[in-house]
Design a protein around this ligand. Structure first.
Ligand SMILES: C[S@@+](CC[C@H](N)C(=O)[O-])C[C@H]1O[C@@H](n2cnc3c(N)ncnc32)[C@H](O)[C@@H]1O
Length: 269
């Protein structure tokens, strides 16, 4: 069964793209995501006619937004390492007559020459990469001098859940965080941007709050994480069930609360 913390790293290896597509569509539909994405677009300093790179484009929604911003004289190059994701992105953009090219590529080794783009952006993708500093260095390499690199990524140790069971909650949230190839990328972005030689660095945190258990579970896999914890012996079946029951009880009385912080970091080449 798909587990987003580990499986977004190689979607094609799972042979089941639909859960990933549904998860991304759901997130794209949320107002809080619209808000932070808008901020990242602003930080790219785009003008009509600009050539931009979108890394880890997923279902292509952000490539569409970027293409509308740069207009018909501009160009968006959108890369992803999953052919299944690219197929979905191509299908949803083919009738839109927008200047978007989709390219199968790994963010850690971009197939573009130096100084190709006016700006590059990555959104919730570095968390799934083993060596995210390589991807940031690659984005800095392919952007022209004076151009902008923008990344927005969560730090999963900012993930908080209101529960009466503090110790078990910590264990489960650590399990979620540590299952990502780069669960701490949020706090590491600043250092990696510096190491890539980017200047005028800006860091803007945005906190996403979810107060409906079902919605949170579809994005943040509460039930799966709890079952994984049970399978690896972190807690007994009864302790896990009690933890889940409490969250569902909170939900029924409109008291469920969880949140996590994502960091928008931008830098100029
Ligand atoms: C959580 S999704 C985010 C998609 C999109 N940026 C968004 O905001 O909806 C992560 C995406 O990164 C892609 N991905 C994972 N590892 C990658 C890599 N090494 N290089 C390029 N893309 C990668 C996945 O296939 C997936 O489409």
């Amino acid at each position: 069964m798909t587990y987003f913390a580990s499986d977004f790293k190689d979607v094609d290896a799972t042979n089941a793209v639909q859960p990933f597509i549904q998860c991304l569509k759901l997130q794209q539909s949320l107002e809080s995501y619209h808000r932070y994405k808008h901020k990242t677009f602003e930080e790219m300093h785009l003008v009509a006619g600009a050539s931009v790179l979108e890394v880890g484009c997923g279902i292509g929604e952000d490539a569409i937004s970027l293409a509308k911003r740069v207009g018909s004289t501009g160009k968006v190059t959108a890369v992803d390492r999953s052919q299944a994701m690219l197929n979905q992105a191509i299908a949803s953009t083919e009738n839109l007559a927008l200047p978007i090219e989709f390219v199968l590529a790994d963010a850690q080794q971009l197939p573009f020459t130096d100084h190709t783009f006016d700006a590059a952006r990555v959104d919730r993708t570095l968390q799934h990469i083993d060596h995210p500093q390589l991807a940031i260095a690659e984005m800095a390499r392919v952007v022209r001098p004076g151009g902008w690199v923008v990344a927005v990524e969560p730090d999963w140790e900012t993930f908080v859940v209101d529960s009466g069971q503090r110790a078990l909650t910590r264990q489960l949230l650590n399990l979620w965080c540590d299952t990502f190839p780069s669960g701490w990328i949020g706090r590491q972005l600043f250092r990696y941007f510096r190491q890539a030689g980017l200047t005028e660095l800006q860091v803007n945190p945005e906190t996403i709050v979810l107060t409906q258990f079902e919605l949170a579970d579809q994005i943040l896999a509460f039930v799966q994480t709890a079952r994984k914890a049970e399978a690896c012996g972190i807690a007994s079946q009864s302790a896990i069930q009690e933890w889940l029951n409490e969250l569902q009880h909170f939900d029924q009385s409109q008291q469920f609360f969880c949140s996590f912080t994502i960091f928008i970091v931008s830098g100029k080449k």
